[in-house]
Design a protein around this ligand. Structure first.
Ligand SMILES: C[S@@+](CC[C@H](N)C(=O)[O-])C[C@H]1O[C@@H](n2cnc3c(N)ncnc32)[C@H](O)[C@@H]1O
Length: 185
């Protein structure tokens, strides 16, 4: 019910959004890309050739100018992504990983849809919707949240060792931006 209403807002500040786009450029995220738990913005500086966006609200996804395909799907009801095996070059998920109630199953299924060598890039800040995030996230500090996401990668047993980075400078005054990503093993 929460997602019946479109929310055409940004969930992190401009510097944090720029940090997400910079990371995607640095990692050369392009080709067939999946933006998991997406909305009307995907934060790419230059959009990938083919961007599938998966989320809960049709209007939000249709307003996404970078998107070429829209998938309405509730990953908490069904952690299986409605895409064929090895159909995606890279996957991203911004400001949303904390909502997953079956994260390891979802991470394992991201690996299923990734082609060999594909990366899954999760980014997040310290903002939280207390009614939507899992309880562990609410009680964790920023570093612990990075460890939680790294643990999702490890427990899925299908990714190489994850990289964890703070992408905004330590003295940054706005929203901090953290990234945890790994390559499909
Ligand atoms: C905080 S917003 C972040 C949106 C976007 N990734 C961004 O960076 O602005 C959370 C998004 O996750 C999606 N979402 C929430 N729960 C979901 C679920 N169970 N399955 C799939 N998508 C979900 C919603 O559609 C919503 O747009």
């Amino acid at each position: 019910m929460f997602y019946e209403v479109p929310r055409l807002v940004t969930h992190i500040d401009d510097d944090a959004i720029a940090a997400v786009g910079d990371l995607y450029e640095e990692l050369r995220i392009d080709g067939d890309v999946l933006d998991l738990m997406s909305s009307w913005v995907s934060h790419f500086k230059s959009p990938p050739r083919h961007l599938r966006v998966l989320g809960m609200n049709d209007q939000e996804l249709r307003a996404n100018p970078a998107a070429t395909d829209h998938l309405i799907h509730d990953l908490n009801a069904d952690p299986r992504i409605p895409l064929p095996n090895e159909s995606i070059d890279d996957a991203v998920c911004c400001a949303s990983v904390d909502y997953l109630v079956q994260p390891v199953e979802v991470f394992r299924d991201v690996a299923r849809v990734l082609r060999p060598g594909g990366r899954f890039v999760c980014t997040f800040s310290n903002r939280v919707f207390a009614t939507k995030a899992i309880q562990a996230w609410l009680y964790a500090g920023d570093e612990e949240r990075c460890r939680i996401v790294a643990e999702y990668f490890r427990q899925s047993k299908v990714f190489d060792a994850p990289t964890v980075e703070r992408r905004t400078p330590p003295d940054h005054r706005g929203d901090p931006l953290y990234a945890v990503w790994a390559t499909r093993g």
